[in-house]
Write a protein that binds this ligand. Structure first.
Ligand code: FPP
Length: 288
């Protein structure tokens, strides 16, 4: 996977005057604390997460509560996807990764899997222009060779057309499993060792990271899970080692801009210590 060239939040890219923008969205140029819109939480644009990852859960329960079939829940979930992608771009999140279809989701009834594939295709086609207009690059992680050809073709076309965009990377995890990713990564690593490119004693966290699907991407700073389950569900197992986790009871189809911004505001209140002490981080103690 090529290395990404993404500007840090607050740098020229996402805030540039030349950047095309989503019509009707307020543009944010000012660095520092400012309200986004009336009734929206204040966000500090200097400390936005670089990478937000989302486990989108609760489409089925949303539909059941409304006496609808599960596919209606997924359709409404696709609307939340649109809203969260737009909002991410609007506030300047450089990487957004969405768990759209897990390796385990293949076990679902064939009719539901087919509906999810159709929905994904429809989403890619309907959002292409917006991605182009807003500098969003699409990429995927997962065993995407397992997806049906008609979906892979649309994915390939969208990735190709958005490949020169640099303002935000939207990653869809499709046929994705964290353990499978580690197996695939270790297989790749073993090949490199066998070919003499790397010595066994030279294997490091950095080298293994480079063999994962997410090579070149920063680890998620914030992991959001909707629908109230306190589970990781085989998502980005390696990458979330130090992610801040936000779990909300809100079902995915109801998770929209306002709560997303609250999740980011909540993240901004946390102290990320990465194993160090508060005193060390505030300059009162020695860091190694
Ligand atoms: C979990 O809800 C969600 C999924 C399995 C798939 C996520 C899919 C979407 C949000 C729709 C479209 C996606 C894109 C990228 C356009 P669930 O069915 O497990 O809900 P439940 O736990 O309440 O049954």
């Amino acid at each position: 996977m090529p290395r990404m060239e993404i500007d840090a939040p607050g740098a020229a890219g996402p805030y540039s005057n030349e950047t095309r923008h989503i019509p009707s969205m307020p543009r944010i140029y000012t660095r520092g604390l400012r309200p986004l819109e009336p009734n929206m939480p204040n966000l500090d644009t200097r400390t936005l997460p670089r990478h937000v990852a989302v486990i989108m859960d609760g489409n089925g329960r949303w539909a059941r509560k409304k006496m609808m079939n599960r596919v209606r829940g997924h359709e409404e979930g696709a609307e939340s996807v649109r809203d969260i992608v737009r909002t991410s771009r609007e506030i300047g999140i450089p990487y957004l990764t969405l768990y759209a279809f897990s390796e385990e989701n293949w076990k679902r009834p064939a009719m539901e899997v087919q509906a999810l594939m159709t929905l994904l295709k429809r989403f890619l086609k309907s959002e292409l222009q917006e991605m182009l207009d807003n500098g969003i690059r699409l990429q995927t992680i997962g065993r995407t060779h397992k997806l049906p050809d008609h979906v892979r073709n649309v994915l390939a076309d969208t990735m190709e057309k958005t490949s020169s965009n640099h303002d935000m990377v939207l990653t869809l995890a499709l046929s994705y499993g964290g353990r499978q990713e580690i197996v695939d990564g270790v297989t790749r690593l073993a090949q490199r060792v066998r070919e003499g490119e790397i010595a066994p004693s030279g294997i490091s966290e950095e080298i293994l990271s480079q063999c994962l699907y997410t090579a070149g991407m920063p680890d998620p700073d914030l992991l959001i899970r909707t629908s109230g389950e306190f589970r990781i569900s085989n998502f980005l197992l390696w990458q979330i080692a130090y992610s801040e986790i936000y779990v909300t009871p809100t079902l995915w189809p109801d998770f929209r801009k306002e709560e997303y911004l609250s999740a980011i505001a909540d993240y901004q209140k946390r102290e990320r210590r990465f194993g160090a002490t508060s005193e060390q981080l505030s300059g009162g103690g020695d860091l190694p």
